[in-house]
Each structure stands twice: as structure tokens, then as C-alpha cells.
Ligand binder design. Sequence first.
Ligand code: GMT
Length: 375
Amino acid sequence: MKIGIVCYPTFGGSGVVATELGKALADNGHQVHFITYNQPARLDFFSENLFYHEVSVSNYPLFDYPPYELALASRLVDVVRFEKLDVLHVHYAIPHASAAFMAKQILLTYGIYIPVVTTLHGTDITLVGKDRTYKPVVTFSINKSDGVTAVSENLKKDTYEFFDIENDIRVIPNFIDLKRFSLKAKDHFKRAIAPEGEKILIHTSNFRKVKRTDDVVRIFAQIREKIPSKLLMVGDGGERSDCEQLCRDLGVGDDVRFLGKQDAIEEILSVSDLFLMPSQSESFGLAALEAMACKVPVISSNAGGLPELNLDGVTGYLKDVGDIQGMAESAVYILSDETRLATFKENALARAKQFDLSKILPVYEKYYIEVIEKS
Ligand code: GMT
């Protein structure tokens, strides 16, 4: 197949899923065309089946807001026409699904019907999408897509609840490439971070409010009272400086390291004992799946799709959003017994294997064929 992929080219979950999917499809012999405003962050190697088409937005003094959606729609028209694509797969509804709809209408004037698959990732529904500013367009463009997928049952349920959706939504969960995400031997790094054999806790995110990064620090402060430990904070975003200040206020600054954005996340996960994800909402929790693939159990909130990934008492624990004490107690329970910790680590990996790329890729391929055939 010739597949066009539209996504945010950043380290965010939806961009990562879209890029990893495109790379895997290309490996499987499909021709994959990424259409976005920057080279996707994880599109870092050459393959004869991978193409990148940049969307450039011309700016004029008249525009307070450069119209990216129009530039994207125009680029989609060109790429579909000249590369003869079979299907367009847009990740994150806003503004990709509506740009794809516009491109689809324009392409009809050339006698071309391009089926569009929209994948809903989370905040495009739970935060941004249901904002009145965007709701009518999001509803319309989901209903006009030829296929719609959501990354968890919970996100599917939320989408039907918040919007007037007539289309079927297929759940295709996030996936992990276990060839890349696996436990790496990084003992020298572990010794450098935790020279006295302290336990290592980790959080990775984009430091947005929805991630409740201040809860991460508070949970850690309680764990540290019971168990010698260190915290690694990976990623960057709006909440980071408040979070750093909170570490100083709570007197835990010396035991917390802010590492910023990192590429080789699997290496940092490999030295970690426990992952903290106390999010306010989380449609799936790809970062937790990456941790589990590196044998790191997860203490998370029970928000959104997290219970579909993290199994309470098996791969970690789930607590209500904001239950800092409960999360800290569960962490101490796991970390205070080496045999118990080892069992949770094995369980985390076993669970991650159920989301291996080799299992999810054929599901997407079959879905494309189904959508193309019915269009
Ligand atoms: O987590 C983020 O804020 C980034 C966001 C995105 O769209 O880039 O992630 C969402 O999509 C991921 C991939 O499908 C999911 O694993 C994340 O759970 C989801 N984030 C939220 O729902 C907050």
C-alpha cells in the first residue's frame, strides 16, 4: 500500500506512535509518506520506502495566525495526487482530521477518492477536543472519516460520551518495539546515579499540568522517608520549573535529577526500579508501556485507559488521581522486598509483550484494507 501519515512531528505520544507505525509499515514493504511541518523526531534513518513531505506555512503581515490547516490540506492534495496514495492516516484529530476532510473534498474535483483514517490519541478528545472552540469541527471531521481508531476502550467511550459520533470507532492500542525497548546493561550509569545502591524512581513526560508532575515529587518525598532512593525526571515542559522549586521546598533536591529531553530513553529506564505516572487523564500511557518493556513496574493513577495497561497488584498499582499517600505506600510495598520487586518486574515485561509491535502492526494493515475496500 501507499500510505500517507499526518502527525505532530514531536516527542509527544501521538507523534511517536505515528512515526513508529510508519517505520514498521515501511519495513513491511509499504510505501510510507509523512506529511508534516518538521521531520518527525523519531524518523532518524534512511529507508527506500520512507518519504517526508514538509508542510511550509507562508506568513504574511496580515496573518496574526498563519493558517497551518490550509497549508496542510493543500500539501495533502498534492501528495495524494502525485504519489498516488491509497489511504491517508491522520494522528490526533486537531487539526489533522479536518485538514484531511478538506483535502478529500478538493481531490474529488480531480476524480480521486482518498479514504481517511483518523486515530484519536487522548487530549484531542479529553482536553482540547471537547473545548467548545473546537467541538463542532472535531465532531464533524470524526464523522466524515472513513475509519476511526482510538488507542483504548476508555478513549472510545469518552469520544462517544463527549461528541455526537455516528461512526464506528475501532480500538487499536498503542504498541512497543521490544527490539528497541528492552533491559540494557547500564550498571555504570546506575552506580553513578545511585552510588549507595539507592532505589531509582523515574517519571517521563512533557511536564504538562495533566501529568501532575508535582504529585510525582510529593510521592517521591514520601517514599524517600522510608527507602533510600533517587528520582529521575525526564522530559521538559511548562511545569518543570515549578517542579524544581517544589523539590527545593520539600528538601529533596539533592536526590532528584532533571534530565530534560532524552533520545535513548530505554537506557535510562534500564537503570530504574519503578515508574511514576499519577496523571489526571491518560488515554493509554505509552510512557508507562515503554517502562514496562524495560522491566520497570508502574505506580499510576487509575485515570482513562491506564487500567487497560497497568494491572493492579500485578504490574504495579493504580490509585485514585491525587492519592499521593496511596501511591507512595504502594511504591514502598514493592520496593521494600527484593523478591517482590523482581516479580513485579517480570510481570511488567510479560504485560508489555502483549503490546508488541508484531501483534499490533497487522491489525492496522487489516484495518487499512477494510477501509479502502469499503470506500
Ligand atoms: O501525553 C501527552 O500529553 C502527549 C499525548 C499526545 O497526543 O502526543 O499523548 C497521548 O497519546 C499517547 C499515544 O497514543 C497516549 O499514550 C497518551 O496516553 C496520550 N496522553 C493523554 O491522554 C494525556
